[in-house]
Design a protein around this ligand. Structure first.
Ligand SMILES: Nc1ncnc2c1ncn2[C@@H]1O[C@H](COP(=O)(O)OP(=O)(O)O)[C@@H](O)[C@H]1O
Ligand SMILES: [Mg+2]
Length: 327
């Protein structure tokens, strides 16, 4: 059954920004589903429409069978939402935040306490329950917010960039807890991220969003195999212009940002052959690298653009630094 379904969903903000442009999405009950795409793609806007906080300007969306506009109250009872911006109160303890959240949903007394303890346990915060949130790390806060989103046992939990700004270790912890919630509580999870590797690792299915549209949707394995084959990235002094046409393993050649991407059936075999041919033609190879299919490439394939996320800039700086030190 589809627990989330949207058709031709559109949002135009005041001022004319078209944030969603005919979005078609379906999420099945029980799955971990990821909406992944670059900053500004429309992820938060989608989450806000599905959680009834924002009215779409066109199309429709249903959550747990209810229309997000006409039956917003019913939708709200079925869902939990952890927004992108931190929502826990610094000046209260983890437990106090949980109790307060319970109260918002009419859960009181012993039941509130027991439920809070169980959920804090589930996200690994039982020990830290009575500490002020101000003393929590970013990862601990995020885990507290996961637990807060669950007090009323929602059928589906919406998480907007749950790992944004976290270090690698905390990200992995969040992934584990998401899997656990999904498995133990049978909660459907719809989360967003701009990290393609994250989408790939933890989702049953993903939808890649770009400029307010879904450009590809499916299981990560299927999406990666749909683009078929390995990619050889090449930077050369000169142009390829049909030079490689003799190699029948080549599926296609694209030029993106001054770099060639040669798609081949088997990268390990094709790479040396390609290098030999270029050498025979006297073309200097600046660099060549073999890339196995990733979701980043699925994005490149469907949009014709490179996929960039903030961390990439950090990597480039580190690489330059390392190279300079070696000299
Ligand atoms: N309240 C708003 N008013 C006007 N434009 C907005 C508003 N919120 C978001 N946008 C714009 O809508 C687009 C999608 O934003 P958003 O849904 O936040 O993307 P994402 O979460 O994928 O980064 C962006 O171009 C953004 O600048
Ligand atoms: Mg966002």
């Amino acid at each position: 059954m589809n627990i989330v379904e949207t058709r031709n969903l559109s949002v135009v903000y005041k001022g004319g920004v078209r944030a969603l442009d005919g979005l078609d999405l379906n999420v099945r009950e029980g799955e971990i589903f990821c909406l992944v795409g670059p900053n500004g793609a429309g992820k938060t806007t989608t989450m806000r429409v599905l959680t009834t906080l924002l009215r779409p300007t066109g199309g429709w969306a249903r959550v747990a069978g209810y229309d997000v506009v006409k039956e917003a109250g019913k939708v709200r009872k079925m869902i939990g939402y952890v927004p992108q911006n931190l929502s826990a109160d610094d000046e209260l303890t983890g437990m106090e935040n949980m109790i307060l959240q319970c109260r918002l949903y009419g859960i009181r007394g012993r039941e509130a306490r027991e439920r809070s303890l169980r959920l804090l346990e589930l996200v690994g915060l039982r020990e830290a329950a009575d500490r002020l949130v101000a003393s929590y790390s970013g990862g601990m806060r995020r885990r507290l917010e996961l637990a807060m989103g669950l007090v009323h046992t929602p059928r589906i939990l919406f998480l907007d960039e749950p790992t944004l700004g976290l270090d690698v270790h905390s990200r992995v912890m969040i992934w584990e807890h998401i899997r656990r919630l999904n498995h133990e509580e049978k909660t459907t999870i719809l989360f967003t991220t701009h990290y393609m590797d994250e989408a790939d690792k933890i989702s049953d299915r993903v939808a890649i969003i770009d400029h307010g549209k879904i450009v590809a949707m499916g299981r990560p394995e299927d999406l990666k195999s749909s683009i078929g084959g390995d990619v050889i990235k090449l930077k050369i002094n000169g142009r390829i212009n049909g030079i490689l046409s003799g190699i029948d393993e080549i599926i296609k050649v694209d030029e993106i940002d001054g770099e060639y991407r040669v798609k081949v059936k088997n990268g390990e075999e094709a790479l040396p052959r390609i290098l030999r041919i270029l050498e025979e033609r006297g073309i200097k190879v600046v660099y060549a690298s073999l890339v196995k299919p990733t979701l980043d490439q699925v994005f490149v394939e469907y949009t014709g653009r490179e996929y960039r996320e903030e961390e990439e800039h950090v990597d480039v700086r580190v690489m330059t630094y390392v190279r300079e030190r070696k000299r």
